[in-house]
Design a binder for this molecule. Structure first.
Ligand code: NAD
Length: 267
């Protein structure tokens, strides 16, 4: 059994992590935290996650949980780096999904990894999306420059930014293979009499509507054939399951800072 602390257990991701741990056979919930003042403090984390009572009460005191745990998963919007330092000092594995980390935060994670901690950080824990990055690179390398590349992403109608970070990363995979430049060669949408498509551009298109969790398609089109690589996320469980996979990976890994491509053996 791997005993896991979930930081931010009442958040959207925290609840799905608790629920997925409850359903697994090799993982156990060892602790759950929330921010000071949260209405969920003192409640059973399993009940908050709408599974079943798991006998783990949500606390604001992260440090008191460390001695009874093997790993921490942090998708909280709280003290991610401070938590990582405390967990590293006690030898716990650390999985971080919070996306708002600064460059300094990332450097600190690398330093912790270099000094003996086992850490996975990824801005997208979906196994499918990480495989899509890999397949996009393989397709770009194999098909060569004759194929026009267009990227189409779709998200719910509340998403504020466009294109998505994942779509940007997909375009960067292609610009990396072709030796192109993202700012110069990515073309966002087309309107009016823009003329024929040039050879040296990647079209980027953002669709917004309803409750779409996140779709990404990379289209490779040439004369006579086209290849479309599509990933569709339909629930946050895809990220939770990826994070649990990262915890299992760290159980047998050497110290260091890893990402999801390491976890999936895609490097
Ligand atoms: P959310 O707001 O629903 O959840 C965050 C939770 O953290 C809240 O319940 C909040 O009260 C709690 N929190 C804040 N301070 C805390 C503290 N000091 N201690 C403990 N808990 C604290 O947000 P969400 O949708 O679950 O997303 C959380 C983060 O995960 C965001 O940064 C989001 O971008 C990221 N995310 C990453 C991935 C990925 O694949 N890497 C996927 C989805 C979301």
């Amino acid at each position: 059994m791997i005993r896991i602390i979930i930081a931010g257990a009442a958040g959207r991701m925290g609840r799905r992590l608790v629920a997925n741990i409850a359903e697994s056979e090799d993982l156990a919930l060892a602790g759950a935290t929330e921010r000071a003042g949260s209405e969920f403090l003192g409640l059973d984390a399993g009940s908050v996650a709408s599974v079943r009572p798991l006998g783990v009460r949500i606390t604001e005191n992260f440090e008191e949980l460390l001695d009874g745990a093997d790993a921490v998963i942090d998708f909280s919007t709280g003290r991610v780096i401070e938590n990582a330092r405390l967990a590293a000092a006690k030898g716990l594995s650390i999985v971080i999904g919070t996306t708002a980390l600064t460059a300094d935060d990332r450097n600190e994670l690398r330093r912790l990894g270099d000094s003996g901690a086992k850490i996975v950080f990824a801005s997208n824990f979906s196994v499918g999306v990480n495989l899509l990055f890999y397949l996009t690179k393989l397709a770009a390398q194999t098909l060569g420059d004759d194929f026009d590349v267009e990227i189409i992403e779709a998200h719910h109608n509340q998403k504020k930014d466009a294109p998505s970070g994942t779509a940007v990363s997909l375009a960067e995979v292609v610009t990396g293979v072709r030796g192109w430049d993202y700012d110069r060669d990515v073309r966002h949408g087309r309107v009016g009499n823009v003329g024929a498509r040039t050879r040296r551009e990647i079209g980027m298109h953002a669709v917004r509507g309803g409750d779409i969790v996140g779709d990404h398609t990379v289209l490779f089109a040439a004369n006579g054939e086209r290849l479309e690589l599509t990933h569709r996320a339909s629930s946050r469980d895809t990220f939770a399951k990826g994070a649990l996979r990262a915890v299992r990976f760290l159980a047998d890994a050497k110290a260091g800072l890893y990402d999801m491509r390491d976890v999936l053996g895609l490097k």
